[in-house]
Design a protein around this ligand. Structure first.
Ligand SMILES: [Zn+2]
Length: 96
């Protein structure tokens, strides 16, 4: 994982005040190509994690924290997790 990414993720975790269960972090390119067509390789560069979140209020804290930090620039929301990443030039929010 990218060291600065992990520092920012810890800041986000501190801001949220709840533990992050990481469903998926770093992936080798081969595995990433198999499981994801959407992530543009952010997981394979150590610049993305999928954090397990199902609670609506925790989602609110997590997403609010993302904007406060002004670091992460990509996000995708699924029923059971949120993908958060750094690496794209244009910010966005996707859904699964
Ligand atoms: Zn992801």
């Amino acid at each position: 994982m990218d060291e600065n990414f992990m520092k920012k993720l810890q800041l986000l975790r501190d801001d949220c005040g709840f533990p992050f269960k990481i469903n998926s972090g770093y992936r080798c390119k081969k595995h990433n190509d198999k499981v994801s067509k959407k992530s543009m390789g952010d997981h394979a560069r150590g610049l993305a994690v999928d954090v397990a979140i199902t609670d609506r209020y925790k989602r609110e804290d997590f997403i609010g924290g993302r904007y406060k930090l002004e670091y992460f620039n990509d996000m995708a929301i699924a029923k059971t997790f949120i993908h958060i990443a750094k690496g794209r030039t244009k910010s966005g929010i996707g859904i699964y």
